[in-house]
Design a protein around this ligand. Structure first.
Ligand code: SAM
Ligand code: SF4
Length: 325
C-alpha cells in the first residue's frame, strides 16, 4: 500500500498507469501510423527497463494498483517478456495488463501464460483476412488468431479491441458480437478518436450509441456498467452470457471517472491523451533526481491533469503509437 492515494485537482484518484514501452511497431495500421512509419525516438531516448521499474516503484508507493503495457507494439521490444517477469517479481500485487496487436502472441504465449497477467487486450478491427491486411498494411490475421487461441482456455480473459470505423467495419459488428458465442472472450468496440489530424475524418466516426443500436436490433443487452476491469468501457451481457463493451471515448467521454495517466516511450508523463502538457521523468532520472524529487514531479504532473476535453474539433498532437494507446 502506498503512502497516500494520488489525487488530481478534481479529486479523481489516479491508480492506473499506462506505459508505452516502445514507439516501434510491426504493423502500420492506417488510422494510427503513416505507411513509411513515424519519425522514431532514438534508442538512447527510450526509457530503459530499469528506469521503468524505478517509476513503477515510485508509483506503487503512491498507491498504483494497475499498470498496462502498450506501445507501439510492446512485444517487438527486445527483452520485453523478461521485463514483465521482473515487474511481476518486484510488484507482486500490481495488476499487470498488456495491449498487443497479437502478431507475436504465439511466440511468447507460454511465457506470457506463466506470468499471471491480469488482462490481455488484443487489437483486431476486422474478421476478414483481406480487410485485415488492408487496415494494418502488413499483418496476417492468422497470426493473430493463432495467438489468441492459445489463451482461450486460460483463466486470463482475452479482450478483443475493435476500433469502429464507418465504411470499414460497421458491417461486421454482429459478427464480432457472435464471436462471444463460440469463444471465451470479450469484444469491445472503441470509438475512433481524432488523435492524428491526417488520419481521422468525421465521416468515419461511428458512435457507441449507433453500435449499441445495431446490436439491439438483434439481441437484448443487459447493462453491466463498468464492473469489469479498470478501464473506460461500459459492459453489456448478451442473451447467451457473452459480454461486449462499448468505449465511447468521444461521445460519452469518461473524463469524470478517469483514473489513468500515461508514461510515454521517452519517459514523459502525460496526464490526458488529449492534453499537450508532459512532465519529463527521464530527464530528471538521468540527471540524478532522487525519489523525493520524482514524487514531487509526479504530483505536479497530476495536478496538471485537465478536467476533460470536450470537442470533436480538437485533434491530438501526436501519434497514438508514441503516446501509448
Ligand atoms: N500495438 C498495440 C495494439 O495495436 O494493440 C498497442 C498500441 S495501439 C496504439 C493501442 C490501441 O490503440 C489499439 O487498440 C489501437 O487500435 C488503438 N488506437 C490507435 N489509434 C486509435 C484511434 N485514433 N482511435 C481509437 N483507437 C486507436
Ligand atoms: Fe501498431 Fe498498434 Fe498502431 Fe496498429 S494500432 S500501427 S499495431 S501501434
Amino acid at each position: 500500500m502506498g503512502e497516500e492515494k494520488l489525487k488530481d485537482s478534481f479529486g479523481r484518484v489516479i491508480n492506473y498507469l499506462r506505459v508505452s514501452v516502445t514507439d516501434r511497431c510491426n504493423l502500420r495500421c492506417r488510422y494510427c501510423m503513416p505507411e513509411r512509419g513515424i519519425e522514431l525516438i532514438p534508442h538512447s531516448e527510450i526509457l530503459r527497463y530499469e528506469e521503468i521499474l524505478r517509476v513503477l516503484g515510485i508509483f506503487s508507493y503512491l498507491g498504483l494498483e494497475r499498470v498496462r503495457f502498450t506501445g507501439g507494439e510492446p512485444l517487438v521490444r527486445d527483452g520485453f517478456v523478461n521485463f514483465l517477469k521482473d515487474v511481476k517479481k518486484s510488484f507482486p500485487r500490481l495488476l499487470i495488463s498488456l495491449t498487443t496487436n497479437g502478431i507475436l502472441l504465439t511466440k511468447y504465449s507460454n511465457e506470457l501464460k506463466s506470468l499471471g497477467l491480469d488482462s490481455l487486450n488484443v487489437s483486431l478491427d476486422t474478421l476478414d483476412p483481406d480487410k485485415y491486411r488492408y487496415i494494418t498494411r502488413l499483418g496476417d490475421i492468422n497470426d493473430v488468431w493463432e495467438g489468441v487461441k492459445r489463451f482461450l482456455n486460460e483463466e486470463l480473459l482475452v479482450k478483443i479491441n475493435v476500433v469502429a470505423i464507418r465504411g470499414f467495419n460497421d458491417d461486421e459488428i454482429l459478427d464480432f458480437v457472435n464471436l462471444t458465442k463460440k469463444m471465451r472472450l470479450i469484444v469491445r468496440f472503441i470509438e475512433f478518436m481524432p488523435i492524428t489530424k491526417s488520419t481521422w475524418k468525421k465521416e468515419d466516426f461511428l458512435s457507441a450509441d449507433e453500435i449499441k443500436q445495431v446490436i439491439e436490433r438483434k439481441y437484448s443487452l443487459t447493462p453491466l456498467g463498468h464492473r469489469i476491469g479498470y478501464g473506460p468501457a461500459t459492459y453489456f451481457k448478451l442473451p447467451w452470457g457473452g459480454v461486449i463493451g462499448l468505449i465511447g471515448a468521444i461521445s460519452h467521454h469518461f473524463c469524470d471517472r478517469c483514473n489513468r495517466i500515461r508514461l510515454t516511450a521517452n519517459g514523459r508523463l502525460r496526464t490526458c491523451l488529449f492534453g499537450e502538457k508532459e512532465i519529463d521523468l527521464k530527464e530528471a532520472m538521468r540527471r540524478g533526481a532522487d525519489d523525493k524529487e520524482l514524487i514531487t514531479l509526479i504530483k505536479e504532473a497530476i495536478s496538471l491533469k485537465p478536467l476533460g476535453w470536450f470537442t470533436l474539433e480538437r485533434w491530438g498532437d501526436g501519434f497514438m503509437s508514441k503516446i501509448g494507446g
